[in-house]
Design a protein around this ligand. Sequence first.
Ligand SMILES: Nc1ncnc2c1ncn2[C@@H]1O[C@H](COP(=O)(O)OP(=O)(O)OP(=O)(O)O)[C@@H](O)[C@H]1O
Length: 655
Amino acid sequence: MTQATRAGPFGAGGRVSQEGAAGRAAYIEAAWQRCRDEYRLDPDRPPPGEHIGGAALKRLREERGLFERVGRVEMHRLHGQIEHQVTQSAAGSRYVLMLADASGALLDVFTDNANADHARNANMAPGFLWGERHAGVNGPGTCLHDRRARVVHRDDHYFTRNARMTCSAAPIWGANGALLGVLDASCLDCDDSRAAQVPTIALVSMSARIIEQLHFTHFYRDCLILRFHERPELVGLPYDSLLAIDEQGNIRAVDSTVPGQLGKPDHSGMIGRSVGELFDITADRLFEHAETQPFAIWPIAHGADRHGFASIWPAKQARPRPRPRAITPAPRTPAPRARPRETAGPSLASFAGTDPVMVENAWRAERVMNRDINILLLGETGTGKDSFARTIHRASDRRDQPFIAMSCAAIPEQLIESELFGYEPGAFTGARAGGMRGKALAAHGGTLFLDEIGDMPLAIQARLLRLLEEKEIVPLGSSTPIPVDIRVISATHRDLETLVADGQFRMDLFYRLNGIALTMPTLRARTDRAALIEQICREEAPSPVTLAPEAKAALLAHHWPGNIRELRNTLRTAIAFADTGIIERNDLPQLAQARPAISAAPRRASATPDEKGRLLASLEDHHWRIAATALALGMSRNTLYRKMHHYGLMAAGKT
Ligand SMILES: Nc1ncnc2c1ncn2[C@@H]1O[C@H](COP(=O)(O)OP(=O)(O)OP(=O)(O)O)[C@@H](O)[C@H]1O
């Protein structure tokens, strides 16, 4: 068939035939229609194959390292299996296997030497884009669009250059409904009928499932994995369903088969719930199983009439499970409080807890943290932007390099430039004799965290943009640029788009910083509030404490305008007062009283008339010590600095 005569399912002239072209599936017709009407592709004029470029491919592979690694192992196995079970050809397989991410970019290609040139000429090489928009109707592209396993047989392909192939492609799902990518087996020069593809698509779908499971169990290696199926002989095989259970006994993630197995529409109502809410087993019993009978298979029920079998796989990277809180008051000995260290801290998954928004944030951060993509963290004060930035840094491949934080709100405007870019000796009056390196250079090789980026003075924004684009700095008083290799994470509670609209923030800088924006949920919106309260109690208490039920109820009901920071401060104080080792409701007096206007008001609300006076009084009470004043007012130091700046409050003698 020549290009001129290829009509596809539309028939000659591009019209959709009444009954569809002979034997073609409806999904092929729909895909042709998309390519023609939506993507404006001409079947007779294929564009050249589109490649994402070497640097982008390198970043993509770094970012999808785990996916590619587990994919490659399985592709190797699948290739051998297809060769023996499907082609049964002594001359070797005619199949090329492809693994692509969810955008259709090929990450890996596997074939034998005989097909390697053919595959390369057909753009079957890492970095080429096989989404429908670039490659017309094809196995990986149409599978990704439809999110279902698809066979695209010979003339089903939109472009002639692919019309001798048959592709069998299956989606690969990540945790909590995310699409990871696609696995495809393409038979080059395929003479078999469409029906003959049935064994191939079955094998590809099974391999996609195996990749899903390997990825899931590895990604959640610090969790217990609960595996279940209605038939005991299928537990532990690729047919069963997987849940990741954290050390509190809460469901952190579910794989793609769980909602169907439990008769739910999707995963959303499950994340963050205790395992006991879905199954007839308590968290403690589950942990006991993990310790005493790992991998054993036992009956389990979910819902009144659903019975099945389960086994528990212990965490591969175990973190100690907290012991149940002692009810008997423990003698309280003063001990130094563990302070968070920058070099040690939770993994991304455990920082996220089980709140679905945070789980999604961690998932997305993991995907970009090793790429040249700037991360913008948004959210109210105290929601954990700074802590999340540090966690991302620790999880990234820059973890052994510096993490340098700079708050644009805490530094006087005239000093931000020199703090960030450094200066040469004698650059200005009052400069240090030896000059200063600046935060950007100090972060070389690591991460620069720009907190309160919305407060970055307009005058300095152009220099910051240059830093981000050119990856070099010019210290004040110098004319020689210094190359720097930094990853930038910025954070703000402010609405940057409004600042851009008001002319207070450069649009080009906004887009540059906003490679990916992650919004931190407020504490009151977090579904894992109860677990966070327990966790912070453990972190803050020198010896075990128990929360009385009324105290717990009050903590859960509180509005938390200061978010996790306020919660931590509240618990710290309560622990200090709870002499018996039990936090009672009256150890939480601040939850009862109406909150002072300055901390109860939303961050962007206009100030109350007496706010300045209240700030001044508190500053004086605390001898102008910023940390102590901020703590007493229930706000972050950044917020306090900003308000002081706003009201022109300065300790006598300071300028
Ligand atoms: N996931 C978490 N688990 C435990 N504690 C947390 C978590 N996230 C934040 N915190 C605690 O909350 C407090 C505030 O966190 P952080 O400074 O990161 O918030 P922020 O959003 O950067 O605040 P601001 O915008 O006011 O600077 C810190 O004490 C931190 O330890």
